[in-house]
Design a binder for this molecule. Structure first.
Ligand code: NDP
Length: 295
C-alpha cells in the first residue's frame, strides 16, 4: 500500500512551529495579513474564511477588504495602494480568481514585493527565477516542495513531471524543483503536450495541476512514484448534504496501489497552501519588524 501524505498533519506541524516562533517575538504589534476578496464566489468565500481562521490560531491578525463584483481596476488598485502604504499591514493577499473584467496580473504586480506573500508579482517571480532566497514563493508550489521534503521524498537527480503551466502552480513549481539544492529534472506538460501518458509514466515525482478529474490514470504512473494531486474539482454526489464532493485530478482509487506515496484530495496540497501563506506572512513581519523578530 502507498504512503498517504497527510497534508493536514504536516500543515498543523508548520502552524505549531510558527505559533511557537511568534510567541518568542516581543513585537509592539502582531503580524497582519490583509485579504482582498472581490464578489461572493463561494470557493473564494470559504478559502478566505479558512485562511483567516488559521491566521488567528497562529497569532496573526487579519483584515478583510470585501469589494463588490462591479469594482473597477482603479478602485481595486486604490485599495492595494492604501494597504501597501499601511505600516501595520505585513502581507496582502488578493483572492483569485478575480471577475473577468479585472486584470489579475496588474493587481498582483501592484502589491509591494515585500508584502506579496502570494509570490505572484513579477518581482518575486523574477527573484525565484534567480534562485534568490529573499523571494516570496507562491504558496501552493512552496507547500508542495515542503510536503515532499518533509515526507522524505528524494528529489536530487529524479525526474519530476508537472501537468499544468499556470503562474499559480506549474511555472513556479518547475523553478522550485529544478533549483540548485532540489535538483530534480523537470518536465512541464500542458494541454498541447503529445504523449502525455508516456511522459508521465517516466516520472519519479508526478504533479497534477490541471483542474480536470481523472486526468491521471493508473497507466500513466510509474510503479513506486510519488504522486501529488493539486486539483480541486467539485463533482456531483448524491450522498453528501451539499450534493457534491471534492476530487483531485488523479484517479485516486486506481492510481494509489501503484504509488510509493500519494496525496489525497481533500487533505493534501490544500492545507499546505494555507500553511505557506502563514509562513510567508511571518517572514514578511520579520522583515518589517526586525527588532521584534530578533528578541
Ligand atoms: P489553470 O487552469 O490556470 O491551469 C491548468 C493547466 O492545465 C494549464 O496549463 C492547461 O494547459 C493544463 N491542462 C488543461 N487540460 C489539460 C489536459 N487535458 N492535459 C494536459 N494539461 C492540461 O489552473 P491552476 O493552475 O490555477 O489550477 C489547477 C488546479 O489546481 C485546479 O483544480 C485548481 O482548483 C487547483 N488548485 C489547487 C490549489 C490548492 O491549494 N490545492 C491551489 C491552486 C490551484 P494550457 O496551459 O495549455 O491551457
Amino acid at each position: 500500500m502507498p504512503e498517504i501524505i497527510d497534508g493536514n498533519l504536516i500543515a498543523k506541524q508548520i502552524h505549531a512551529e510558527l505559533k511557537a516562533k511568534l510567541e518568542k517575538f516581543g513585537g509592539k504589534r502582531k503580524p497582519c495579513v490583509a485579504f482582498i476578496r472581490v464578489g461572493e464566489d463561494p470557493a473564494s468565500v470559504s478559502y478566505v474564511k479558512k485562511k483567516a481562521r488559521v491566521a488567528q490560531e497562529i497569532g496573526i491578525d487579519s483584515r478583510l477588504h470585501l469589494l463588490p463584483e462591479s469594482v473597477s481596476q482603479g478602485e481595486l488598485e486604490n485599495i492595494i495602494d492604501t494597504l501597501n502604504a499601511d505600516d501595520c499591514v505585513d502581507a496582502i493577499l488578493i483572492q483569485a480568481p478575480l471577475p473577468k473584467h479585472l486584470s489579475e496580473r496588474e493587481a498582483f504586480n501592484r502589491v509591494r514585493p515585500d508584502k506579496d506573500v502570494d509570490g505572484f508579482s513579477c518581482a518575486n517571480l523574477g527573484l525565484l527565477c534567480q534562485e534568490d532566497s529573499s523571494a516570496f514563493v507562491a504558496c501552493t508550489p512552496a507547500g508542495i516542495l515542503e510536503m515532499i521534503k518533509r515526507s522524505g521524498v528524494e528529489t536530487s537527480g529524479k525526474r519530476a513531471v508537472i501537468i499544468g503551466r499556470s503562474i499559480i502552480v506549474g511555472k513556479p513549481l518547475a523553478l522550485l524543483l529544478s533549483k540548485r539544492g532540489v535538483d530534480a529534472t523537470v518536465t512541464v506538460c500542458h494541454s498541447k503536450s503529445e504523449n502525455l501518458g508516456q511522459v508521465c509514466s517516466q516520472a519519479d515525482i508526478l504533479i497534477a495541476a490541471v483542474g480536470r478529474p481523472a486526468t491521471v490514470t493508473a497507466d500513466m504512473v510509474k510503479e513506486g512514484a510519488c504522486v501529488i494531486d493539486v486539483g480541486i474539482n467539485r463533482v456531483p454526489c448524491a450522498s453528501t448534504k451539499t450534493g457534491y464532493k471534492l476530487v483531485g485530478d488523479v484517479d485516486f482509487e486506481q492510481v494509489a496501489p501503484k504509488c510509493g506515496k500519494i496525496t489525497p484530495v481533500p487533505g493534501g496540497v490544500g492545507p499546505m497552501t494555507v500553511a505557506m501563506l502563514m509562513k510567508n506572512t511571518v517572514a514578511a513581519y520579520e522583515r518589517h519588524m526586525p527588532e521584534s523578530a530578533s528578541k
